[in-house]
Ligand binder design. Structure first.
Ligand SMILES: C[S@@+](CC[C@H](N)C(=O)[O-])C[C@H]1O[C@@H](n2cnc3c(N)ncnc32)[C@H](O)[C@@H]1O
Length: 311
């Protein structure tokens, strides 16, 4: 897609290490806690734990015959009165195959959108549901959406005028399109689209300056993408005082701070909140106090901070 940079080749070499591990150790992608493998764990570790804010269950019968055999339909019950159930197409397990890695390398993205729905996406979706007024009649874009739960929740429950759910991985986009098709009856007057969007993409003229709100979860971990992500945020936000980006991301060492430095370098402003929702804080406290539903829970890598970015 573009000339490889040294950071691209670092990411590539990490992905090839993951592939090697996947081939040597299939079917499990869980790696032992060896020091030398920390970067590999970081690029691809799956987590099935989470804050469990939006109850969900795997259902049969919603995935049609042409479906990718790895996909299941997961039914999410939104925890507010009158909200519809949402069906999201997700892979049943975190196994990756050669074609996944080949596609990641070709499109210069990581495979994390396929691994699972990450816990911050659940928190972002819950936050959006609890603050529906922030989205009413507005144009919204989700970046690095993975399976896109937050974008789908905004589309189904906030009366936004338009929701564009984007990712740089074409496989992810295929899954989101299937989810949109499965839920077509619940979006009312909201227009909903899935779109391939890589943060380094040069030409975004068709959507530049178009959005009132950008949302994203867990997209700030890889430092090699910070420049592209920051650039695209600035390009996509409407030139309007009220337009803003809403991001949920764990701190993860210095990665969130580095992203925020990049935001400032681009002349944008930000605020960071550790406490932004009573229910999320309550669950975080339980996990910190030894609730064992999420083994290995620790604040720096698991608890998403709420970042607001303005132009
Ligand atoms: C950690 S996952 C988060 C996915 C989802 N938001 C969640 O929390 O479940 C990061 C996502 O960003 C996408 N991504 C990574 N680098 C990207 C880039 N440079 N441009 C566009 N998308 C990218 C990946 O494909 C993946 O879906």
């Amino acid at each position: 897609m573009e000339t490889p940079t040294s950071s691209n080749s670092n990411a590539s070499s990490l992905r090839w290490k993951i592939l090697r591990q996947a081939l040597l150790r299939r079917p499990s992608l869980q790696f032992p806690n060896e020091q030398s493998e920390v970067p590999i764990k970081r690029i691809s570790r799956r987590t099935s734990q989470g804050f469990n804010l939006i109850p969900c269950r795997i259902v049969d019968g919603r995935v049609n015959e042409e479906s990718d055999g790895r996909l299941v339909s997961v039914c999410y019950t939104l925890p507010i009165d009158g909200a519809p159930e949402l069906y999201v197409m997700q892979r049943e397990d975190s196994g990756a195959d050669l074609s996944d890695f080949e596609i990641c390398n070709r499109y210069n993205v990581d495979n994390t959108g396929l691994v699972c729905r990450w816990p911050s996406e659940d928190v972002l979706a819950y936050f959006c549901l609890s603050h529906a007024d922030m989205f009413r009649s507005k144009k919204i874009i989700e970046l690095g959406s993975g399976y896109g739960l937050a974008g789908l929740v905004i589309a189904a429950a906030t009366k936004a005028s338009e929701v564009v759910i984007t990712d740089g991985n074409p496989q992810v986009i295929d899954y989101i399109q299937r989810s949109i098709d499965s839920n077509s009856g619940v979006f009312g007057g909201t227009s909903v689209k899935a779109m391939m969007l890589h943060w380094d993409q040069e030409d975004v003229s068709n959507i530049s300056g178009a959005f009132d709100v950008i949302v994203a979860s867990d997209c700030t971990f890889f430092k090699e993408f910070h420049k592209g992500l920051t650039r695209i945020i600035k390009l996509l936000l409407k030139d309007d005082e009220a337009s803003e980006g809403l991001f949920l991301s764990p701190k993860r060492g210095d990665s969130l701070d580095k992203f925020l430095e990049e935001i400032e370098k681009n002349g944008m402003h930000f605020s960071v909140s550790e406490i932004y929702d009573a229910e999320v804080s309550k669950r975080h406290q339980c996990l910190m106090n030894g609730d064992d539903s999420w083994p290995g829970y620790e604040k720096d890598h698991c608890y998403p901070l709420f970042v607001r970015v303005t132009r």
